[in-house]
Design a protein around this ligand. Sequence first.
Ligand code: FMN
Length: 194
Amino acid sequence: MPSVLIVHASRHGATAGIAERIAEVLQSTGVRTNVVDAAEMPDPAPFDACVIGGGVYMGKWVSSGTEFLDRFASTLATRPIWLFSSGPLPGSTKEPTAAVEDPIESALGPAQGPGSGGRRQIEELSERIHPRDHRVFFGAFDPSDPPRSMSERVVRMMPGSKGILPPGDFRDWPAIEAWARQIAGALSTEPVTL
Ligand SMILES: Cc1cc2nc3c(=O)[nH]c(=O)nc-3n(C[C@H](O)[C@H](O)[C@H](O)COP(=O)(O)O)c2cc1C
């Protein structure tokens, strides 16, 4: 029975919820799972595979997620790895549009030039760990949950922030569950002898 470490870098809980749902789907297929906050820096060495998800703020993953990828890159590179970003809020400027069809670009910004720092950070880490996939899921925003950082406080106070931060829970559970089933399918054909 394969074992999968599921790590989330979540500021307000939406990403953690996606991680929990992925775990439920994997467990239903007989996979053992551990869901852990990236800030705890869980060692992936005892696990056969790893799924890592980051909430996106101002085009960057919550930093504990990228710190986890950086710290354990050499171990992660030897295992099947899947990444997900919990980002765009439908109706915001971050929602994929005809002009920006690439979901990674709509969440993390362009590949080059101004505003590309968060995306390049993930791409550089991906070159070291070779994830099987990097999926972007719609996120959630609850304006009654107080900001957890100064920059988040500033963005929320900006004029027009209501337009870029539509409130609501937009997590697409069928899409998340379908992706988790794909991971389960890949694990069932994967040799798990490490
Ligand atoms: C201040 C602020 C900035 C955000 N910036 C982005 C962004 O640049 N790209 C994006 O895709 N989503 C952005 N979002 C949406 C969040 O990533 C989304 O709500 C996510 O699901 C939050 O995850 P968490 O609850 O695990 O922290 C932003 C949300 C807030 C409140």
